[in-house]
Design a protein. Structure first.
Length: 323
């Protein structure tokens, strides 16, 4: 269902606090500070499409901040990736020491698990898309490289992503739950592609680590072979003409062992597939086998350890969210 919130009937001295509360309930906890010096006004329309939250925000000039204190105050909230599509007015986002201006017609990507702020220096209109970070299936390092980056309509996959997101924002209320689930999956796929593109760009600009190119090739190799139950550190090292010992050294910087990395990527792929409901959903065992898990019991135990619920419970929870 759509929900709509406006500050029009709120007394002037309470509009900012009201707006902070509305945005915090709809998106993630934030603080809103008006910038115009005039009585603040705004309109927030939100909709849920599968596991993707879509909000259209039109308001007067303001600064929206997600502080470390607000993040710490909700330790159990699931980290989400956000994308802002700037329809009218400018936006200036700061995250991880980066400051980027988003013009009309552009988009910006950010990570709600880390502090950020967005300045809207004039009245603006923007579409905001939020979805669980884990469902993108992207490495943490890639997301850190990509967060705080802006993309224009003629840049890379922006030419595909921007029209799609813009159309989706204004038509989200039209879709049935099964169609919405499929479209949510498309959003996740496109955003994971965007993250990969932005991360590659930062590495190409020399903003990654000295071994980033090799680590990236290894990650890509793992992703291409996740369905192979024989995938192992030995096979990966041989494919890249390096020793197993050197491969393990490379992944020390990732904060995870190679075997754990493979398992994590398989679990992420399974979680994404189980979270997408279509007319004919595959069985849990079929999903597990497709992504390299040979033993269904081991898969269920490993999935529960990572996500806190069984694969079937995870699927049911995603279905409830979509409804």
């Amino acid at each position: 269902m759509d929900s709509q919130v406006t500050a029009a009937s709120v007394p002037d001295d309470g509009k900012a606090a009201f707006w902070s509360g509305a945005m915090s309930r709809t998106l993630v906890p934030v603080e809103v500070v008006p910038l115009s010096g005039r009585p603040f006004d705004g309109l927030l329309v939100s909709h849920r499409l599968g596991y993707v939250g879509i909000s259209t925000l039109e308001a007067d000039a303001a600064r929206v901040s997600r502080t470390a204190a607000l993040i710490a105050g909700a330790p159990r909230s699931e980290p989400r990736v956000g994308v802002g599509v700037q329809v009218a007015g400018r936006a200036v986002l700061e995250q991880d020491g980066r400051r980027v201006e988003v013009p009309e017609g552009g988009l910006v990507l950010y990570d709600t698990a880390r502090p950020y702020s967005v300045d809207y220096p004039e009245r603006f209109r923007t579409h905001l898309f939020h979805l669980p970070r884990r469902l993108l299936g992207v490495p943490e390092r890639d997301l850190r490289l990509a967060a705080g980056a802006a993309v224009g309509p003629a840049e890379g996959c922006g030419s595909v992503l921007l029209p799609f997101l813009g159309t989706l924002a204004v038509s989200a209320h039209c879709y049935s739950a099964p169609v919405g689930d499929r479209l949510a999956g498309s959003v996740a796929d496109l955003l994971s592609t965007l993250v990969a593109q932005l991360a590659v760009g930062r590495v190409a600009d020399g903003r990654g680590g000295p071994n980033e190119h090799l680590v990236r090739r290894v990650r890509e190799y793992v992703d291409r072979h996740l369905g192979d139950p024989e995938l192992s550190p030995e096979r990966i090292a041989d494919a890249h003409h390096i020793s197993v010992r050197y491969l393990h050294r490379l992944f020390e910087g990732e904060g995870v062992t190679v075997s754990r990395f493979i398992q994590r990527r398989r679990l992420e792929a399974c979680a994404r597939e189980l979270g997408r409901r279509g007319r004919t959903a595959p069985t849990v065992s079929a999903v597990a086998q497709r992504w390299g898990f040979v033993n269904p019991t081991h898969f269920s135990r490993t999935f529960r350890a990572a996500y806190g619920v069984s694969p079937r419970e995870w699927r049911a929870l995603r279905t409830d969210e979509a409804g």
